[in-house]
Design a protein around this ligand. Structure first.
Ligand SMILES: Cc1ncc(COP(=O)(O)O)c(C=O)c1O
Length: 341
C-alpha cells in the first residue's frame, strides 16, 4: 500500500524536511560503487575531508513534478547531469556517468513517492544531488575519496499569493572572478554571496544583482538566478559570460521564447546603464521558474521595468508555458521530460 504523509501541501515553503531515503554512492580507487538507498540523513566523514577545508564539492538542484493524471516526472535531468560533471571537472572531482546520475534521482523519487506534492498545489519534490571530497588528507590537493549523494524534500511554490514582481539592488561584491568558478555550481560561490544577499535584504530588496567581475558594467546574475530582459521590440535577451552559472531554466526559456512564442532571442551583453532597452525583466531558475523584476537599484536610483506591482504580459506567457511543460499540461520538446515509473 502506498504510504501517506501528514503535510499541509498548500503551506509548504523552502525548508528542510527529512524524507525517508536518500541515495549514497562512494568513489575509491578510480571507481564509483553501485550506490544504495539509506535511511540515515547524516554522513560520517573524515575531519580532514577536502570538502570541509578547501571547498572541494559541488551540487545540483532539480525537481520532480506531479502531473494532472498523477504521474511523476523530472524536467531535463540530463542537463543537471551535464552540469554536475562540468562542476566536478572544474574542481578535480570524478565525473558521474549520466545514467548513474539520472538513475539515482529516479530511485530517490520512487523511494519517497509519498512526498511528491499533489498536482494543482504548485508544490514539487526538490532533489539535491551533491558530490564531496572526503577521506584522510591535509594538503591542498584533490581528495582520495568522494561521496555522491541525492536527497529530496517537498517544497512549496515560490509565489504563494501568485506571481509578483520584486526589486533588486546591485551588489558591491562580486560572486565570481573573471576566470574563476562562476560557471560551476560549487559551494564557495554561494558562501561568497551570503553577505551581499544579507546587505540587499537589509536595504529592503529581495536580493542583489551581480555585475561582471572584470568591468562592473554588465549584468551577470540575479541572486542565485540568471537574468533576462524583453526589449521594447519584443526580443528575449539574456547575458552571456563565462562567469555565469548556465541556468537550465534560462536555456529552456530561450527555447520557449523562440519556438513557442516565436520571439527573437539572443545571448549578449546587458549593460547596467542601459536598462531602458527593456520593457520587462526577470530572474530565472529552478526555484521560481521566473521571478519578475519590478525594478533594479543602481547608484541610488531605482529603474522600474514594466511595473513595480504587475507582471508583464511576455513574462507571464513565458512563465505559463514553461510551468505548463514542467507539470505536463503543455507538450514538451523531445527529451525534456523523464517519467518516474
Ligand atoms: C548562481 C545561480 N544562477 C542560476 C541558477 C539557475 O539555474 P537553474 O535554472 O538550472 O536552476 C542557479 C540555481 O541553480 C544558481 O545557483
Amino acid at each position: 500500500m502506498c504510504k501517506t504523509v501528514d503535510i499541509d501541501w498548500s503551506n509548504l515553503g523552502f525548508s528542510y524536511i527529512k524524507t525517508d531515503l536518500r541515495y549514497v554512492s562512494k568513489w575509491k580507487d578510480g571507481n564509483w560503487d553501485e550506490g544504495t538507498l539509506v535511511e540515515d540523513h547524516h554522513l560520517s566523514i573524515s575531519e580532514s575531508s577536502t570538502a570541509l577545508h578547501y571547498g572541494q564539492q559541488c551540487f545540483e538542484g532539480l525537481k520532480a513534478y506531479r502531473t494532472k493524471s498523477g504521474k511523476i516526472q523530472l524536467f531535463r535531468p540530463n542537463q543537471n547531469a551535464k552540469r554536475i560533471n562540468d562542476s566536478c571537472k572544474r574542481v578535480l572531482m570524478p565525473e558521474i556517468p549520466e545514467d548513474k546520475f539520472i538513475d539515482a534521482c529516479i530511485q530517490v523519487v520512487k523511494a519517497n513517492e509519498h512526498y511528491v506534492p499533489p498536482y494543482g498545489t504548485g508544490a514539487t519534490l526538490y532533489l539535491r544531488p551533491f558530490v564531496i571530497g572526503v577521506g584522510d588528507n591535509i594538503g591542498v590537493k584533490p581528495a582520495p575519496e568522494y561521496i555522491f549523494c541525492v536527497f529530496c524534500l517537498p517544497v512549496g511554490p515560490y509565489f504563494k499569493g501568485g506571481m509578483a514582481p520584486v526589486n533588486f539592488t546591485v551588489s558591491q561584491y562580486d560572486r565570481a572572478a573573471p576566470y574563476g568558478t562562476g560557471a560551476a555550481k560549487v559551494g564557495g560561490n554561494y558562501a561568497g554571496s551570503l553577505l551581499s544577499h544579507e546587505l540587499a535584504v537589509k536595504k529592503g530588496f529581495a536580493d542583489c544583482i551581480y555585475l561582471d567581475p572584470l568591468t562592473h558594467t554588465k549584468i551577470e546574475e540575479v541572486g542565485a538566478a540568471n537574468f533576462f530582459g524583453i526589449t521594447k521590440d519584443n526580443k528575449f535577451i539574456t547575458p552571456k559570460s563565462p562567469s555565469i552559472l548556465p541556468s537550465i531554466t534560462k536555456y529552456s526559456l530561450l527555447h520557449v521564447a523562440k519556438e513557442y512564442l516565436e520571439m527573437e532571442v539572443a545571448e549578449r551583453d546587458v549593460l547596467i546603464d542601459q536598462l531602458d532597452e527593456f520593457k520587462e525583466a526577470g530572474a530565472c531558475g529552478t526555484a521560481a521558474v521566473i521571478t519578475p523584476i519590478g525594478g533594479i537599484e543602481y547608484k541610488g536610483k531605482l529603474h522600474v521595468f514594466h511595473s513595480k506591482t504587475e507582471v508583464g504580459p511576455v513574462t507571464k506567457k513565458l512563465y505559463d508555458t514553461l510551468y505548463g511543460i514542467q507539470f505536463g499540461d503543455v507538450k514538451a520538446p523531445k527529451g525534456w521530460i523523464v517519467e518516474v515509473k
